[in-house]
Ligand binder design. Structure first.
Ligand code: AMP
Ligand code: ZN
Length: 471
């Protein structure tokens, strides 16, 4: 079966056909960085990282771009509270976010652009929109997008312009009455006292939120991309506005497939900072290995709401550990196995095991059904647990282990835990190396350094003594 993706634009599953054969251009809206990320924010990170991993496994070269929104009212508010510049706040939380992503085994994007570093591109696109009649500057220098000038407005959220008009009129807030139309939205706004700002032909100010993604997507991926993704709260207005800006400015279709994850809920309400009903990724890491969080996120289809609960986390922990145990067991058997060559019976068993890989692929091809894909891994694990022993050949045991590890890895689940050296063992080896050097036994000293390096420990000889770090 070919890969099918549910496209919010058509409200249907469609066959995935990339614009350029073998390549995927993918943009995922990233977080606004004013706080530690919560596990609701982690859902799109984990889901779309898994989409990326599956595409890579299928042989696509994926150019994956995910932004950091580092200029925003909430960042500015926090900066004022702490009495620091806004970029101190955003840089701090970008770093923290990257740590959380690494801990969840979310691959770094090909590019992680920041809004504040892309202002020139935004000024250019806004200028183009003005020249094409799709935008206008009001008397105070605010620039608005002329929504009605983009005839297809509403095509993503399946909203009708006239319905929106009625609904939006009441939303007009003070200062917005200079709009030509209630539907128009801000591209550029004047600075307020104490806020970061940039010069522009219209006023000293800063960009509206939506323009950054249109600009960064174009710069790093081109005018037409394959997949644009984010949480379902972004469909309207954020993604609808992105489409209007990009297509009006570039005269091309912006993204072929629009993917949206459903919410992570708590007590059946969306987990969000504003409701205060959230757990940060850091909170969860105090109680669980974050691989368990990743397993939990993938245990539901990405378009189904997922309710966070202690019970489901415990179930995820058991599920994840079942896979790790199976891999550990295979490693143990491999340590004891004697036979080198694959037998005919083993060959047959491996063919059977490959059936679970096919099942996994089938689930993932069906709009990334990770819930069914995890079930396929469990079936494989069950098969391994009943069909592997120290009597088997090394080739057979290795092939089974590789299969479990490969499927888990596509889900971003680390199940082959390399044993980490304890700090005390490292210190002991360093002391032994020092003694060897003192005794002019340089061969042994070098041997210890290389042994540590092989385990990812880097030594540095400094004036204060030997320092070490994990590579
Ligand atoms: P924000 O920092 O609010 O702009 O959100 C960053 C990303 O997280 C966006 O794609 C949001 O749609 C997504 N997101 C925020 N809260 C949740 C949630 N409770 N469940 C799923 N996705 C969420
Ligand atoms: Zn965006």
């Amino acid at each position: 079966m070919s890969m099918q993706i549910y496209n919010t634009l058509s409200k249907k599953k469609e066959e995935f056909v990339p614009i350029e054969p073998g390549k995927v251009k993918m943009y995922v809206c990233g977080p606004t960085v004013y706080n530690l990320i919560h596990i609701g924010n982690a859902r799109p990170m984990i889901v779309f990282d898994t989409v990326r991993r599956y595409m890579e496994y299928k042989g696509y070269e994926v150019n994956y771009v995910s932004n950091f929104t580092d200029v925003d009212d909430k960042i500015i508010k926090k900066a004022i509270e702490e009495g620091v510049d806004a970029n101190v706040i955003s840089e701090r939380y970008i770093e923290e976010c990257k740590k959380d992503m690494a801990a969840m085994n979310v691959k770094p994007a090909t590019t992680h652009p920041k809004a504040t570093e892309e202002i020139c591109g935004m000024l250019d696109m806004i200028q183009t929109l003005i020249e094409k009649g799709h935008a206008y500057a009001a008397a105070d220098g605010t620039v608005y997008f002329r929504t009605r000038s983009f005839k297809e407005y509403g095509k993503l959220s399946h909203k009708n312009l006239d319905d929106l008009q009625g609904g939006n009129r009441s939303l007009l807030v003070s200062g917005e009455d200079q709009k030509e139309d209630a539907l128009d939205f801000v591209l550029w706004k004047p600075k307020k006292e104490g806020e970061p700002y940039w010069e522009s032909p219209w006023c000293n100010g800063r960009p509206g939120w939506h323009i950054e993604c249109s600009v960064m997507s174009k710069k790093y991926l081109g005018e037409e991309i394959d997949i644009h993704a984010g949480g379902e709260d972004l469909v309207f207005p954020h993604h609808e506005n992105e489409i209007a800006q990009s297509e009006a400015a570039n005269g091309k279709n912006f993204a072929k497939y629009w993917m949206h994850n459903a919410f992570l809920n708590i007590d059946n309400k969306k987990m969000s900072k504003s409701l205060g009903n959230f757990f940060t990724v850091r909170d969860i890491s105090e109680k669980y290995d974050l691989q368990v969080l990743r397993f939990f996120m993938l245990s539901a289809h990405y378009r189904s709401p997922l309710n966070f609960s202690a019970d489901l986390m415990e179930a995820a922990k058991n599920g994840y550990e079942r896979i790790v145990t199976s891999v550990d067991n295979l490693k143990f058997l491999l340590g004891n196995a004697q036979a080198e060559c694959l037998t005919e019976a083993e060959e047959k068993l491996l063919a059977e095991a490959k059936g679970f890989v096919a099942k996994f692929d089938e689930a993932m091809d069906d709009d990334f059904n990770t819930a069914d894909a995890l079930s396929a891994i469990f079936e494989l694990v069950k098969f391994v647990n009943t069909n592997a022993s120290a009597e088997n050949s090394k080739v057979y045991l290795t092939a089974l282990k590789d299969m479990v590890v490969m499927l888990s890895d596509i889900c971003g689940l680390i199940v082959d835990k390399k044993e980490e050296m304890l700090d005390a063992d490292i210190e002991a080896l360093i002391a032994e190396r020092q003694a060897a050097r003192k005794a002019k036994n340089f061969a042994r000293a070098d041997e210890i350094r290389d042994e540590l390096l092989a385990k990812g420990i880097v030594l540095e000889d400094t004036r204060e003594g030997v320092k070490w770090k994990r590579a």
